[in-house]
Every structure is written in C-alpha cells, then in structure tokens.
Design a protein around this ligand. Structure first.
Ligand code: AMP
Length: 612
C-alpha cells in the first residue's frame, strides 16, 4: 500500500499505539484545526491494486463474522484499502467519523462493512440510513451492501429515490429492511408520511456530502439529521470540505474521528476528450464505426460489467478484430499475458472493466473508449488516464445514451474542461479512411517489397504470364491484385448510416413526412398493396387495430428506440391483429434486438422481418 505521508499534528504527536487513528480519536475534536487531525494520504489507484495481493486476508483482523468474510473473499477483496483500515475500527467502536475521500478509495465498504457487522438482523426496522446525492449512487451503494450481505441471513437493503414507484418502496419498507439508501428528497417524503420509521436507527451515513450541498439538498439533509434519535452514529464522507460541510460536521457529529485520503488526479491535459450520443441498442454498431474511423495504435474499451466485456469482444471478433478481454474472471497470470500481448502489439484492442484495468500502463494505448459511462468522475479520470502515458497524447471517447447526458457536466467539472461532441462516423468517413489506408499500404508495398528475390522473380513471371494469356493491361492486373488484397472484404461500407442520426431526448415524436411520401395506410382488413421500396425492408409487428395502435405510436416507439429519423421510417399499414412497417435496409443486428424488446401501448411489439 502506498502511503505518501502519514503525519500527526501536535495533539497526536506523542501517540505510540499501533492504531494511530484510535489514538487520535481520544482527543480528536474535528474542525478546530487540521493540524490536530491524523492524515493518511494515498494514491487511490495504487492502493486498490495492492488490494489484489493473494496472500493477504486483512479483513479477518476486524473480527468480522465468517459469512461477511466469505462474501468479501468471493468478490475478491483481500486487503482493506487505507480508508477501510482507518475507518472500520473507528466505526466498529461506534464513533462518529468524517472521511475526506473520493469514490475509488473503497469508501463504501469502509462504512458498509462495520454497519453490517453491528446491526441486528432479527430486528426488521431500518437501522442504517445512507443519504446519497443521486439515484445512481444510491443504487450503487445499495448494491454494495447487498453484495457484502449476501450470506447474512435476514439482512435486507432498500434503495429509495425519486422517480421510482412510491407504492413499491412502501411495500418493501413494510416487509422490513434494515438498511435504507436514499436520495434526501425521497427519504424526507417517506419520513413525513410515516412510511420510513427511524425509531430503531443506529447510524446515518452522509455519502458525498459536498455533492449533496452542491445539488441543493443540504437543507433536506439537515432536516433529516434533526429527526434522528439522539443516540445515533453519524458518518460523513465528502470529497472536499467546504465550510458548510464543516459546519454540519461540527453541529451534528460528536468528537468524530477524521480520515483524509487524497487521490491524485490524472493529467488529462494531453488527452482530447469527446463524447458521442448514441442509443443503447446502437452502441455496438457505433463502436465498430468508431474503431474503423479512429486511427489508433492500441485501444482500450471500458464496459461496466464482465458480461458486457464479453458481448463487446465477441462482436468485435466477428468483425475481424483481434481482441483481448480483461475482467475480474480472468486469472492473474492470464491478465499479465494479456497486457504483454497488448504491449508487444500482438493485440490492439482490449475490452476491460474498471477494476481489472486499474493501474494499467501501456504506452501504445492512444484511444480510450468509454463504451459504458463510468460510475463517477473519479473513475472517468482514471479510465482516460490509460492513454496519454509517458508524455504522449491520447484520445478519449465517451458513449452516452440520451438519458445519460446529464452526467456530462459532472465529468467536465472533474476534468476542468469541456468534452466535445462527435458524431458516429458516417459511411463516407469510413470509406475515405479505408481508401486512405489501402493507398498507404499500396505505396509502401511498391516502395519496399517484403518478398525475397526468388519470390519476387516468381511473382513477376506470373504477372507477365497472366498478362500474356489474357492480353490485359498492367492497370487491369494491378486492380485485380488489389482486389485480391481485400481478401473477400468489401471495400466500401454501405449500411444505412442515417440510423445513427442524433437521438432525441425524451419527448414525443413529431411526424415530418416520410420517404414514401408520408403514406400511412389504415383501414380494416386492408392488404399490403405493394412491396417495400428498394432501399427499404418490411417488418411485421403483432399489434393492430384491435390493440388501438396508431401510426404515431409505432413511429414514436421505433424512432425513440433506434434513433432513426422519423423521415426514414417508411410506410405503415395497420390490420386487425398486426401491422407492417417499412424500415431502411441494413439495420444492425443489435438495433433489431433492441426493437424486439420494445413494448408499445404496454404490449410487446414482437417485430419480425417479412421474408421475400
Ligand atoms: P468505492 O470507493 O467504494 O466506490 O470503491 C471503489 C471500487 O473498489 C469498487 O469497485 C469496490 O468494489 C472496490 N473495492 C473497495 N474495497 C476494496 C478492497 N478492499 N479490495 C478490492 N477492491 C475494493
């Protein structure tokens, strides 16, 4: 573990115990002076790499139960991270705590594990309440609790946040949960209407307190703090310590232990950062286009889960890429081999999860693709830091679905500059690139042959012989040789690139006419009068008049899902029990898969291709 500096201020200078944080806690009056606080500073990335060390089993020393240790070992936690080493003993003692730490330091487990170790599973009332600024963080923290509590009988966690069904949350609360993770507004709503009973609450955690302040939730947080039982533990985590957060700590926390973990921000100055807005089902097709269009030496693609790394890698492999995967399931020895292959240029594309790629340092990586958005800006900074190594420049591209657009501002703040928009590369761009690459290869081959003299002589004889037999020109021969060089691959990409028209954000779809002259046929029992136009393909959907479906419903759903411009959707014919819709030819398989999952008027679309 890399501890850059452990410094104790005057008040703790004379401590001699093995646990300096405990020692400090004896006199620790947070907020009087930073010099009074013990500070543990570390580089988050280094710390968690160390956590993978196989011989370590540091969590047992906290006295955690076997089921908790089993869960930790199953998810691959071996050594506690610095914030965990410092915070867990304090929290197990029941102390209040202020932690200055960002995501990526292991702060969630630092509070979740001691909370789980201390709660009473037989009491089915909320005992731990975590307030988090966003729905995403609330879900992520709840998932972490669930993964640690997987072998703890009767322990239940619930995430409650705005925008989700209230009644459903009440139902779960009534069934009995011990841990509630929620956004302040929704937690307040439940408290006000008596559906969140905090009479048995033992601990409150304020996660990312500065973010809650920034988002204007601080009054709500204080309101919640004022409703809590007098005897409770309060834990506050914050990446920064603005005055308002210090005030809250001083007012509501009693003699808290204070821990500071510093993370080093990556130097993102040399990295050009762009984002690409794309609908979920089109991500794979868009990824292939981006890889073709960007001239990168080696690329790393970040995906959120192990399963996605595999899907992405398989799809790229099918398109002829040599791809390697790095995720938590890949054994250590194989990970090292994979990194060697990437370093030596045997493989140029790596698909990885965050944890597996932490600390990866390969100079050849000139492009980082965030196929899935990172959980937070800290992870984003770590990810893009995989390029621009050793003083080189790099490129970073972030895929965002329309719903994820709001994360952009946070990321831009984290990197201190704007992230430029880009479009999915069009056929024209890709084809120009293909031609440029082919010309470069041809020029290089003319300038320096890779054949031996003997091979050269044989090939030359062959050329003269074929030319003589067929009586064809040198140009015709050269063209035929170039075609051979394409090895059966088509030179030009011809798929429909209007499929990638910038997706709309929510809202209703406004019809603007169509390629087929805006024709929208209706009427009972009407037969499909003629086949689709030459650039269109006909699809059948299992919704008709009987289901009260209207052309607008179909157009809206398909445009919303595929990002297809409304104009690109052709003729729609509605019958009693089904309908027909013409869509541009060449729909990528993933887009079609997305359509197959679609529901319209709460009924499955069940779309299928009409053969012939
Ligand atoms: P957090 O800072 O809580 O968001 O954690 C960052 C990441 O580190 C998460 O993916 C955790 O699952 C992981 N993590 C936390 N603690 C450990 C540990 N002791 N060993 C390995 N990974 C950890």
């Amino acid at each position: 573990m890399t501890i850059h500096g452990v410094s104790a201020g005057p008040a703790s200078k004379d401590h001699s115990g093995p646990n300096p944080v405990n020692q400090q806690s004896l006199d620790g009056s947070f907020g009087l002076s930073v010099d009074l606080d013990l500070r543990v500073e570390t580089e988050a990335s280094a710390e968690l790499d160390q956590a993978q060390s196989p011989e370590a089993s540091g969590f047992a020393s906290f006295g955690f139960s076997a089921p908790l240790l089993k869960a930790l070992s199953a998810i691959g936690y071996k050594e506690p991270s610095p914030i965990q080493s410092a915070a867990i003993p304090e929290l197990l003692l029941g102390r209040d705590l202020v932690g200055q730490a960002q995501t990526g330091t292991g702060k969630t487990a630092a509070f979740a594990l001691p909370m789980l170790a201390s709660l009473d599973p037989s009491l089915r009332k909320p005992q731990v309440l975590v307030l988090a600024p966003t729905r995403e963080l609330a879900m992520q923290v709840a998932e972490a609790f669930n993964s640690y509590a997987v072998h703890l009988d009767g322990v239940r966690t619930l995430a409650i946040y705005g925008g989700a069904d209230f009644r459903d949350q009440i139902h779960h609360l009534k069934r009995g949960v011990q841990i509630v993770v929620g956004t302040p507004g929704r937690v307040m709503d439940h408290m006000r209407q008596g559906t969140l009973d905090l009479s048995a609450l033992r601990a409150l955690v304020l996660d990312e307190a500065d973010e809650m302040l920034r988002m204007g939730f601080i009054d709500d947080v204080e309101w919640v703090l004022n409703q809590l039982p007098a005897q409770r533990q309060v834990v506050l985590f914050s990446a920064t310590m603005p005055a308002e957060i210090r005030r809250i700590s001083q007012k509501y926390l009693s003699s808290p232990a204070e821990i500071t973990i510093k993370t080093k921000a990556a130097d993102s100055g040399r990295i050009r950062q762009r984002y690409l807005m794309v609908n979920g089902p089109q991500k794979l097709a868009a990824l292939e286009r981006v890889l073709e269009a960007e001239q990168s030496e080696a690329t790393i693609i970040f995906a959120r889960t192990k399963a996605i790394t595999l899907t992405v890698a398989e799809s790229l492999e099918q398109h002829g890429y040599d791809v390697a995967v790095l995720n938590g399931d890949v054994p250590q020895a194989q990970r090292e081999r994979t990194i060697e292959r990437l370093k030596s240029g045997k493989v140029d594309v790596l698909v990885a999860t965050d944890v597996a790629a932490r600390g990866l340092d390969v100079e050849r990586i000139t492009l980082v693709i965030n196929y899935d958005i990172p959980f937070d800006s800290e992870a984003y900074v770590h990810r893009i830091g995989r390029t621009g190594r050793a003083g080189r420049s790099g490129e970073a591209i972030l895929f965002l679905t329309p719903r994820e657009r709001r994360f952009l501002t946070g990321l831009e703040r984290a990197v201190g500059r704007s992230i430029e928009p880009m479009e999915v590369p069009s056929n024209a761009t890709i084809n120009q690139n293909r031609l440029d690459r082919l010309r470069a290869r041809l020029t290089a081959a003319v300038q320096a042959t890779s054949c031996s003299e003997q091979e050269h002589a044989l090939l030359s004889e062959m050329v003269q012989r074929v030319a003589g037999e067929l009586g064809c020109s040198g140009e015709a021969l050269a063209l035929a040789a170039l075609e051979l060089g394409l090895a059966g691959q088509s030179l030009l990409l011809e798929g429909d690139d209007t499929l990638f028209a910038a997706p709309r954000q929510g809202g209703s779809f406004e019809r603007q006419g169509s390629h087929s002259g805006g024709a929208r046929q209706g009427g009972r029992g009407e037969r499909p009068s003629r086949g689709p136009e030459s650039h269109m393909e006909r699809f059948r959907i299992e919704l008709g008049w009987r289901d009260r479906v209207k052309p607008g419903n179909i157009v809206g759903a398909i445009a919303g899902e595929t990002g297809l411009n409304g104009k690109a959707i052709g003729r729609i014919q509605i019958f009693d029990t089904h309908s027909m819709v013409d869509l541009p030819k060449g729909m990528p398989a993933e887009v079609f898969e997305g359509l197959r999952q679609l529901r319209v008027l709460n009924k499955p679309l069940q779309i299928s291709r009409v053969q012939g």
